[in-house]
Design a protein around this ligand. Structure first.
Ligand code: ARG
Length: 299
């Protein structure tokens, strides 16, 4: 009698677990359906996309890279995070129905935040370098830019080619962790290559004469050139991975798809062009070139 009860109980358990299995299958089908219907309705996430913090889109950036991301000085004299990556981040968060949280770190920190899956996205004028594919996924390209060799006006006739700077007596800068550092090592391996955590540090070392030349993204060099006209772009540097993409925390295809959808919408409705134009104007005004502490104060 006792045995039969137990057997009956086990049989019931099996049925229940099979049912659980079945229901989890149908649940995942439902999720797929939600994602599909989501795209038709214009991208509201409805909880279908998982993010590191529920209800939030957490984005890492490195605000030393105008006009992508930088601190503009607002009317009250306070540095505020600006740039077309930041506007696009807000657009994507709104599109997905999520609250935006931005985390500011140096550029190599953006890479490690993505690698450790501490953030959902890295938006930092990131080049979709295949060497990074083991630590992040990339969205479609949202901006096309090139690379340049930069120096100051007085040295523009001296440091104007790879040959001219490929010499241990010439100090050549690039940002830590960036593809510009790879370009420095590939094109001018004999130079005294110095990597610094911030592009803004590189700019000030160029201006103070501590650094002779630097590899910088063209649109960024042009932006800082407006505030520091002593900077001179001497040549374009060929690089085969063109354009910028958003880095997405690996193995989250739903998030990747949703962000691609939002990028497409921002491109098609003209928002992205507007953000680029606004950021370009804003970066030509007063900016702050350091990081802020957690309370948003100048460090
Ligand atoms: N495009 C370059 C790279 O991906 C540099 C990006 C630097 N971004 C920044 N916000 N400082 O390596």
């Amino acid at each position: 009698m006792k045995k039969r009860v137990l057997a009956g109980f086990l049989a019931a358990c099996m049925v229940m677990s099979l049912a659980a299995c079945g229901s989890s299958d149908s649940a995942s089908e439902e999720t797929n359906e939600t994602t599909e219907s989501t795209s038709d309705e214009g991208g509201k996430s409805d909880g279908a996309v998982k993010t590191v913090t529920e209800g939030k889109l957490t984005v890492a950036t490195s605000p030393d890279f105008a006009p992508y991301e930088f601190y503009a000085i607002d009317e009250d004299g306070n540095p505020t995070l600006a740039g077309f990556d930041m506007d696009l981040a807000q657009y994507i968060a709104d599109y997905m129905g999520l609250e935006l949280e931005i985390i500011t770190v140096d550029f190599d920190g953006v890479l490690s935040e993505l690698q450790t899956k501490s953030v959902d996205l890295g938006m930092a004028g990131l080049s979709p370098d295949p060497a990074r594919e083991s630590i992040m996924d990339f969205t479609d390209i949202y901006y096309m830019g090139g690379q340049s060799l930069v120096t100051v006006k007085d040295n523009a006739d001296t440091y104007n080619s790879f040959d001219a700077i490929n010499n241990p007596d010439v100090t050549v800068g690039a940002q830590t962790g960036s593809i510009q550092l790879d370009l420095a090592n590939e094109n001018t391996p004999d130079a005294d290559i110095v990597s610094l955590p911030k592009v803004t540090d590189i700019i000030s070392e160029l201006l103070s004469g501590k650094m002779d030349a630097a590899y910088i993204e063209t649109v960024v060099a042009q932006s800082y050139q407006k505030n520091y006209p002593d900077l001179e772009i001497v040549m374009e540097v060929p690089y085969d991975v063109e354009g910028s993409a958003i880095g997405v925390c690996k193995d989250n295809p739903e998030l990747l798809a949703a962000v691609n959808e939002a990028i497409k919408a921002a491109t098609e409705d003209g928002s992205l062009d507007q953000y680029i134009a606004d950021a370009t104007d804003l970066a030509a005004g007063e900016t702050y070139e350091g990081l802020l502490d957690d309370s948003g104060n100048v460090q």
